[in-house]
Design a protein around this ligand. Sequence first.
Ligand code: PLP
Length: 363
Amino acid sequence: MRRLVHEGIRELVPYPPGKPIEELERELGIHGSIKLASNENPLGPSPEAVKAIKNSISSLNRYPDGSAYYMKEALSKKYGISPEEIIVGNGSDELLELIIRTFFVYGDHAVQSFPTFLVYEKIIMGAGGDVSSVPLSNFGLDLERMLDAVTSKTRVIFINNPNNPTGSVLFKDELLDFLHQVPDDIIVVLDEAYIEFVRDDRVANGLELITQHPLLIVLRTFSKLYGLAGLRIGYGFASREVVDYMNRIRQPFNVNSLAQAAAVAALTDSAFVSRTIELTNSGLEYLFRELDNIGIEYHPTQTNFFLIKVPGGGDSMYNKMLKHGVIVRSMSPYGLLDYIRINVGLPEENERFIETFRKVLDK
Ligand SMILES: Cc1ncc(COP(=O)(O)O)c(C=O)c1O
């Protein structure tokens, strides 16, 4: 069996499948637990998206529109990018994989920062590639060292802005300077899964940078701001040529019809977007104030999640909070052993987190 898979796959550790909340509750004998572990939107899905899904259900006997025509039209109108420069995927996760399948061959090399979104390394290893992981500098991406890591075999560089799990951001001028130094034959993936949460207008925005490197691919998602993580829908902006090559190997019906209808409607749901942003900002303010009161170190963020340094380590804190029905993310898989990551929840969930955290810390 072992010889059927290449070394990259043999070395991979399977993504730890989290148990469903209901199952965890049954095992622990608790109920009413809250989850602040996956950077999801605590308000639920966009109501406009839900309406659109209900209206589309009766057409489930039909295959979805393989060209995602209406979705690309809607994105094109909103962002001023032509439909030929847009690609739609079953979550931005699928687009990451599609990029690698299109432009990467066995033995190629990629550069990422570390810690960052864990999927990048997984897909490179899965494709039999090599990855250089450049340590963050003061919790932010070290673009200079990432450039230094480029070799003659480098095909892809992953930039996550804001960076998951640290919440750090890159400014426009530094990313522009970086893009101008990346050789023209290397793909730059700019993953902007959380860009809509950013408050600082000095932060780089892929839409403004798209013409600055011929192989720049900007990825975005409906999973976070629009609350549609369970539907699986994301999109990317890139040159016509890049999109054309990716479309050649894309599964023809990669994005289901409910997801497409929901995404088009969600883009019009400005009331939900505003509520999400307000809830995030007021939640961050509350959580930071309370953590200051407790005297616990945390990392400033431009997103809907942030890191907290915890005594006794992230794994132990995860287990202790879990026993009280508060699900957080231990940062040990990201090499940050002393940290947990939480996302902003509903006001009552934030309060429950602080209350439980105090109890566990005995403060
Ligand atoms: C940085 C980053 N990129 C991409 C994704 C994947 O998003 P999607 O749900 O669109 O696959 C996530 C999800 O957590 C993420 O944190």
